[in-house]
Write a protein that binds this ligand. Structure first.
Ligand SMILES: [Ca+2]
Ligand SMILES: [Ca+2]
Length: 352
C-alpha cells in the first residue's frame, strides 16, 4: 500500500519494528510504503489571525517531507501581492483587511528541487469583551443597576463556545443581587443540532483576595458525543447581566458622582477545542449621581414627604429621641427652621 507523504502523529514517522524502529508515531504494518513521511502536521493556521496584528509563520511546522536535502530558501506568498523570500524559516506578517487569503510556502532544497504547500487563512477582526454601556449612570438610591457584559465582533469561524470573566466592584456603592444569563450564547446553543443547551456558572466572592467580585462562565454544551455543530456564535451579544442594588448616594447637587470601576479579570474566550482565541477587554465605570440636598428620602424630588421628615425631627439634636441626621439638611447638628428653609427653597424640585 502506498502511504507516502502522510503525517503519522510524530516527526520521527511511523513505528515499524524493522523499517523504522525509532519511529514514535502510529504503527505501520508490513507492506506499507511510508517513506517519505511528513515531519509536521500543517496546523500553523489553526487560529485565525486578526487584522493588523503580526502573526509568525513558521516553516518548520510545514508539511515538508523527510529525507530531503537541506533547505536553502523559503518563499512566502501571502495572497495580498506580498511575496517574500527568506533563508529563515520564521517570518512575521500582518494582514490589513478582513477576509480569506491563500498563503503559499515554497521550500527550495540544496539540489534545486522544490516543495510547495498552501493554506487558506481567514483574517478576522479581534473580538472584545466589554462592560456595556461602558459608563453606567445611576440616579436613585436602592435602584437596580444592571451591568451587561457583551462579546463583540465575533466571527463564526472562531468557533467560540465559552466565555468567562470576573467583574470587580466597590461594595460600599453596590450590593450584589444575582446574575442572569444573556441571550447570545443561549440562542446559538438552541441552533446547534444536538446541543444540550447552555450552562451558566457563577460565584460571588465577598472578601479579598477574590472579592468583592463575581465570576461568570457561560458554556454552550456539546451534543451527546462531545462535539459542537455549526452555527457558531457570530457578531455581538450579551453573555450575562449582573444585577446590583445601588446602596450609597450623596446629597448635594454640587458634589461629584460616586464612582467605581467595573474591572474584568480571569477572562477567557475559547473555542470547541478548548483553545483560547485572541480578544480584548473593555472595562466599565459605575457612577451614582447625587440628589438634591433637601431630598431626604432619596426619591429624586423635593416634596411634602421631605417636609414631613424635617417636621418629625423639628427641634431635635443628637441624643434626642426625635433626632434624625437626614433631616439636618445644613449639617449644623440641629433640626430647625434653617433646615425647613432649604426644603422650602427647593420645594417642587424634580431630578431633570
Ligand atoms: Ca424626596
Ligand atoms: Ca440643621
Amino acid at each position: 500500500m502506498n502511504a507516502t507523504y502522510n503525517w503519522w502523529g510524530d516527526s520521527t514517522g511511523p513505528y515499524h519494528p524493522t523499517k523504522n524502529p525509532t519511529g514514535l508515531g502510529n504503527q505501520a504494518s508490513d507492506y506499507v510504503l511510508f517513506k517519505p513521511w511528513l515531519v509536521a502536521y500543517f496546523d500553523y493556521f489553526r487560529k485565525n489571525p486578526v487584522i493588523n496584528e503580526p502573526v509568525a509563520f513558521d516553516a518548520t511546522y510545514s508539511t515538508m517531507p523527510c529525507n530531503t536535502k537541506p533547505i536553502v530558501s523559503y518563499t512566502w506568498s501571502f495572497g495580498d501581492d506580498n511575496v517574500t523570500i527568506t533563508t529563515n524559516p520564521i517570518i512575521v506578517h500582518s494582514f490589513a483587511a478582513q477576509g480569506a487569503y491563500n498563503v503559499t510556502l515554497t521550500l527550495k532544497y540544496e539540489d534545486d528541487t522544490t516543495f510547495t504547500e498552501w493554506a487558506e487563512v481567514y483574517v478576522v477582526k479581534k473580538p472584545y469583551l466589554a462592560v456595556t454601556p461602558q459608563i453606567i449612570n445611576a440616579k436613585r438610591l436602592n435602584s437596580i443597576v444592571q451591568v451587561n457584559v457583551t462579546i463583540n465582533d465575533l466571527d463564526a469561524s472562531q468557533r467560540i463556545i465559552a466565555v468567562q470573566y470576573r467583574i470587580w466592584f466597590n461594595r460600599t456603592l453596590l450590593q450584589y443581587i444575582n446574575v442572569t444569563e444573556g441571550p447570545f450564547l443561549k440562542y446559538y446553543a438552541s441552533q446547534q443540532p444536538g446541543s444540550l443547551g447552555c450552562m451558566l456558572f457563577t460565584n460571588y466572592d465577598e472578601s479579598p483576595p477574590y472579592g468583592p467580585s463575581v465570576i461568570i462562565g457561560v458554556l454552550i454544551l456539546p451534543n451527546g458525543t462531545g462535539y459542537w455543530n455549526p452555527p457558531f456564535p457570530e457578531g455581538n451579544g450579551v453573555i450575562a447581566t449582573i444585577n446590583f442594588k445601588a446602596i450609597l448616594q450623596q446629597r448635594g447637587l454640587e458634589k461629584p458622582p460616586l464612582t467605581c470601576a467595573l474591572l474584568m479579570s480571569d477572562t477567557d474566550v475559547f473555542d470547541d477545542d478548548g483553545i483560547t482565541i485572541p480578544y480584548d477587554t473593555i472595562n466599565g465605570i459605575y457612577k451614582m449621581w447625587p440628589t438634591h440636598i433637601a431630598d431626604t428620602n432619596f426619591d429624586g424630588k423635593v416634596d411634602l414627604k421631605d417636609y414631613y421628615t424635617v417636621a418629625a425631627a423639628f427641634g431635635s439634636a443628637p441624643g434626642r429621641p426625635e433626632w434624625n441626621p437626614v433631616a439636618d439638611i445644613n449639617g449644623d447638628l440641629k433640626v430647625d427652621l434653617k433646615d425647613v428653609f432649604i426644603v422650602a427653597q427647593a420645594f417642587g424640585w424634580v431630578d431633570p
